[in-house]
Design a binder for this molecule. Structure first.
Ligand SMILES: [Fe+2]
Length: 282
């Protein structure tokens, strides 16, 4: 492999040294895809890609997903900018920011919105918060692979429900009941253990987990909490301290992510593309 990188942490993350021109190169994209399977999170410091260049790179990696497109709040028809999802707390850009605030808690993208959540996410830092706003990743591939075989087998039989309501619950006053909440109540069941195309497996976890199918609620909640604690131990985590122009991509179902709290007026702006699935090498 010609790609130049070093490990961010022993079990997760690779920091890739790339020239801007490489992001338009199909072979480089193939190597990134391969490295992503191995390292779960790839960091491209100060890649400084424009929206167009991020879209070109995304298209070389796989098939783009329209995940998030239905969350564009301007109500306008699609234009060129709708191919990029803007992650910001700025109320001038996002009318309903509760979903952005929900990203302060461990989650995976799209698990409450679709049966096949995005395979990968790419985010470019357009503007960083002066204080806070770092993104943390917790590899649920590492979390799964280090479990005892007996527990892997037991978890492999389970499915869990993931809901938008559970995801925004930490933001709401405890007096607000689900029926009084004015958001979209969407819920999907997913296997607790996800098998990736490489054959590696990960745990599908996050704050949106509401219940483990067929389990008593108290047992499910205790199991979810214990799995979350297991998956977020320091060895499985990487914390990215953004510099303007950084690009980070990760296997969406191979790692949970969350953002360190930052101020509404911080100006933090991230440009996201999501991949429904990765390209299968020819
Ligand atoms: Fe996210």
């Amino acid at each position: 492999m010609a790609i130049r990188y070093e490990h961010a942490k022993p079990l997760v993350g690779a920091i890739v040294d790339a020239d801007k021109a490489q992001f338009a190169d199909a072979q480089f994209a193939d190597e990134c895809r391969e490295l992503l399977e191995e390292r779960t999170v790839l960091i491209f410091p100060e890649a400084n890609l424009s929206d167009e260049e991020q879209i070109v790179f995304s298209d070389l990696l796989g098939m783009r997903s329209d995940y998030g497109a239905n969350m564009q709040e301007d109500g306008e028809d699609e234009d060129e900018s709708s191919e990029i999802y803007q992650v910001t707390l700025d109320p001038e850009i996002k009318m309903d920011t509760q979903y952005v605030y929900a990203t302060w808690f461990w989650h995976m993208d799209g698990v409450t919105a679709m049966q096949d959540p995005p395979a990968a996410t790419l985010i470019s830092a357009r503007n960083v918060a002066g204080d806070g706003g770092q993104t943390e990743f917790a590899s649920t591939i590492a979390a799964y692979e280090t479990l005892p075989d007996k527990q892997k087998a037991m978890l492999g039989e389970l499915r869990a429900s993931h809901s938008v309501y559970a995801g925004v619950r930490p933001l709401l006053d405890y007096s607000i009941r689900p029926e009084d909440w004015d958001g979209t109540y969407s819920k999907f069941d997913h296997p607790l253990v996800w098998t990736h195309e490489s054959g590696r497996k990960s745990l599908v976890l996050g704050v949106q987990m509401e219940q483990i199918v067929g389990m008593k609620m108290i047992e499910a909640r205790a199991m979810i909490q214990r799995l979350m604690e297991w998956a977020t131990q320091p060895d499985f985590k990487y914390r990215h301290n953004w510099q303007e122009g950084d690009l980070v991509m990760w296997k969406n179902l191979g790692a949970m992510h969350r953002v360190a709290p930052y101020k509404v007026d911080s100006g933090r702006m991230m440009h996201r593309t999501s991949l429904a699935r990765m390209k299968v090498p020819a």
